[in-house]
Write a protein that binds this ligand. Structure first.
Ligand code: TMP
Length: 218
C-alpha cells in the first residue's frame, strides 16, 4: 500500500528551528526547478488532522497520558499518509513534510522520557506506515534556549494558543535535541544535520546544497 515513486522529504527539529519558513522556501525552490511539490505537515495536514492538532498542541501539558498522546499523533500520521503523502508519491511528486515520525521519537520518547524504550512507537509506526520511510530528512538543529526564544517571540506576534509543548521544562527540549542528534548519527544515509542558528538565507543555502548533493549521489 505504501509507495515511494516520488520523493518523501521530512523537516525535523525542536521548537523555533525555523522549519516552517524553510520548508515553504524549499518548496518554491523545487517548483522553480520544475518539480511538482506537495507540502504537508504533522500534526494537522487535513481537516480531521487539524482537529487532532488542536487537541495535541493546545491546553495543559499534562492533559493526556503518554499512550493517549502517541495514539493521537499516529492517528494523525495515518491520515496524512493515506490522504496526502501516498497519493502524491504515487503520482511521482516530491512530498515535503513539516515533521514526521522522528518528531514522535524525539518528543514523546527522548523528551517526555515516559516510555522505557521505543518498542510501542516502533509497533505503531509499522502499523501506520509499513515498509515506508522518508528518503531524506533535514534536521534543523538549534541551541534550545535560542529556539525557544524564537518560538515565544513568534507566538507573541501571532497570539497563538499552540504552546503546549513549548511550556514543558527546558530539560525536555535538551533531551529531545540530543535524541534527534542521536537518531541522525545512527542513520546518516537519511539524515542531514543543518545548523539552524544562522540567518534564514544561510540555513536555506545549506538545505539546498545538501539536497543537490543527495540528488547527485542517488
Ligand atoms: P509544529 O509547531 O512544529 O507544527 O509542531 C507541533 C507540536 O507538536 C510541536 O511542539 C512538536 C509536537 N509534536 C510531537 O510532540 N510529536 C509528534 O509526533 C509531532 C508530529 C509533533
Amino acid at each position: 500500500m505504501s509507495s515511494n515513486r516520488g520523493l518523501f522529504i521530512t523537516f525535523e527539529g525542536g521548537e523555533g528551528a525555523g522549519k516552517s519558513s524553510q520548508i515553504k522556501r524549499f518548496a518554491s525552490y523545487l517548483e522553480s526547478l520544475g518539480e511538482s511539490v506537495v507540502l504537508t505537515r504533522e500534526p494537522g495536514a487535513t481537516e480531521t488532522g487539524k482537529a487532532i492538532r488542536k487537541l495535541l498542541v493546545e491546553g495543559d501539558k499534562d492533559k493526556f497520558d503518554e499512550l493517549t498522546e502517541v495514539l493521537l499523533f499516529y492517528a494523525d500520521r495515518r491520515i496524512n499518509l493515506t490522504q496526502v503523502v501516498f497519493p502524491a508519491l504515487n503520482e511521482g511528486k516530491i512530498v515535503l513534510s513539516d515533521r514526521f515520525n522522528d518528531s514522535t521519537v524525539a518528543y514523546q520518547y527522548y523528551g517526555a522520557a515516559k516510555f522505557k524504550d521505543t518498542s510501542i512507537l516502533d509497533t505503531l509506526y509499522n502499523l501506520v506506515a509499513p515498509n515506508f520511510k522518508p528518503d531524506l530528512t533535514f534536521l534543523l538543529d538549534i541551541d534550545v534556549k535560542k529556539g525557544l526564544k524564537r518560538s515565544f517571540d513568534k507566538a507573541a506576534t501571532m497570539a497563538t494558543k499552540e504552546l503546549r509543548f513549548e511550556n514543558v521544562e527546558t530539560a525536555f527540549h535538551e533531551r529531545l535535541r540530543q535524541g534527534y542528534l542521536e537518531m541522525a548519527k545512527k542513520d546518516p544515509e537519511r539524515f542531514r544535520i543543518i545548523d539552524a542558528s544562522p540567518d534564514e538565507e544561510t540555513v536555506f543555502n545549506a538545505i539546498v546544497k545538501a539536497y543537490n548533493d543527495f540528488i547527485a549521489n542517488r
